[in-house]
Design a protein around this ligand. Structure first.
Ligand SMILES: NC(=O)c1ccc[n+]([C@@H]2O[C@H](COP(=O)([O-])OP(=O)(O)OC[C@H]3O[C@@H](n4cnc5c(N)ncnc54)[C@H](OP(=O)(O)O)[C@@H]3O)[C@@H](O)[C@H]2O)c1
Length: 312
């Protein structure tokens, strides 16, 4: 496993992070609790030390399963969770108000079965609460020992003026990035450099399309799987065709290095973005075992350039 120390912190983490979206248990197709717990154990056995979740994944179920699966190992790992997406009476909205941050934090601690959150991330800005007020509550939670560090997610370049005064207050930045989605690349790099934050890429496997298992005739998701919706562009129309072309190239590269296709998707990010951390969702141990093969090797420059060119 490869490790790095996050900027502006003393947190040493693995460059692979197990993502907790599938642990939410709905919206992403079939999952089974036993397999999810076993997947966390497989990640621990593979020396993954960073685990990401959010209060909104499965309305808390993801945090509960992660906390239960980690058990006594909790002290050996870094837990990153998120606040800011609120669901009430069937309505979803963003809320960064200090009152909600405290309530959300207490609830996450309870569900995770822990006294502290290592990295507490603003999932989405609410467009209302001044960042100063968010940071004020964060500092308070830090003083109380409930949170160690803070992170941002899904920030746009137009937000930079607002966040700039808080350099060093947020140590990580999550954004969607993969061989199937490079639209955020320029902004993501600019924001993370300016704010001295490490990048955590989400959707790193293109929600599954970059694992090589999907084909043109094999993307019929159940209705309750959000990838069936046209908004999940990786699996629809021209983007699907383009992604399958990328996957064909990835298969050749995977064969050359004797690695699974998903490991190539991960390795590309690790090599292309220095000091990045790759988040991946996984539903069962076998997926973890394939994905951790993304570490401890390097793509030759020629292969990195080929992947860069085809995915631009
Ligand atoms: N900050 C944010 O707003 C945000 C947004 C989204 C996600 N995230 C975080 O980022 C993490 C990763 O993103 P993601 O889960 O959306 O997408 P992802 O990692 O790109 O794709 C995950 C999906 O790919 C499939 N898969 C994974 N490994 C595989 C393997 N080795 N072989 C075959 N299939 C495999 C699984 O689904 P199937 O088996 O059903 O294909 C899995 O659920 C999340 O879990 C979450 O922690 C953050």
């Amino acid at each position: 496993m490869e490790y790095l120390t996050l900027k502006n912190s003393d947190l040493k983490v693995s460059r692979l992070c197990m993502g907790g979206c599938p642990m939410g248990g709905y919206g992403w197709g079939y999952t089974h609790k036993r397999e999810l717990v076993d997947a966390v154990h497989a990640a621990l056995d593979s020396e993954v030390t960073l685990f990401d979740t959010a209060d909104t994944y499965g309305l808390g179920q993801s945090e509960e399963i992660l906390g239960e699966a980690l058990g006594k190992k909790r002290k050996d790992v870094i837990i990153a969770t998120k606040f800011g997406v609120r669901v009430e009476n069937g309505k979803t909205f963003y809320d960064n108000s200090p009152v909600w941050i405290r309530a959300a934090c207490e609830a996450s601690l309870r569900r995770l079965g822990t006294d502290y959150i290592d990295i507490y991330q603003v999932h989405y800005r609410d467009g209302i609460t001044p960042l100063e007020a968010v940071v004020g509550m964060m500092e308070q939670l830090k003083k109380e020992g409930k949170v160690r560090y803070f992170g941002l997610s899904n920030i746009l370049k137009r937000d930079i003026d607002e966040i700039k005064p808080f350099v060093g207050k947020f140590i990580t930045f999550q954004d969607e990035y993969s061989l199937a989605c490079r639209k955020n690349e320029e902004d993501m790099l600019a924001i993370s450099t300016e704010m001295e934050m490490n990048i955590l890429t989400w959707g790193s496997l293109g929600q599954g399309i970059l694992t090589g298992k999907y084909t043109r005739n094999n993307v019929d998701f159940q209705n309750d799987d959000r990838r069936s919706r046209a908004t999940y562009v990786n699996f629809h129309g021209d983007r699907l065709l383009k992604n399958l072309t990328i996957v064909e190239m990835m298969k050749g590269i995977a064969a050359k290095y004797h690695k699974p296709v998903s490991a190539v998707a991960i390795r590309y990010i690790l090599d292309f973005i220095p000091e990045s951390i790759v988040l991946f969702g996984a539903k069962r141990p076998s997926q973890i075992l394939h994905n951790v093969e993304g570490t401890d090797w390097k793509l030759e420059q020629m292969d990195l350039e080929k992947l860069d060119d085809i995915s631009k």
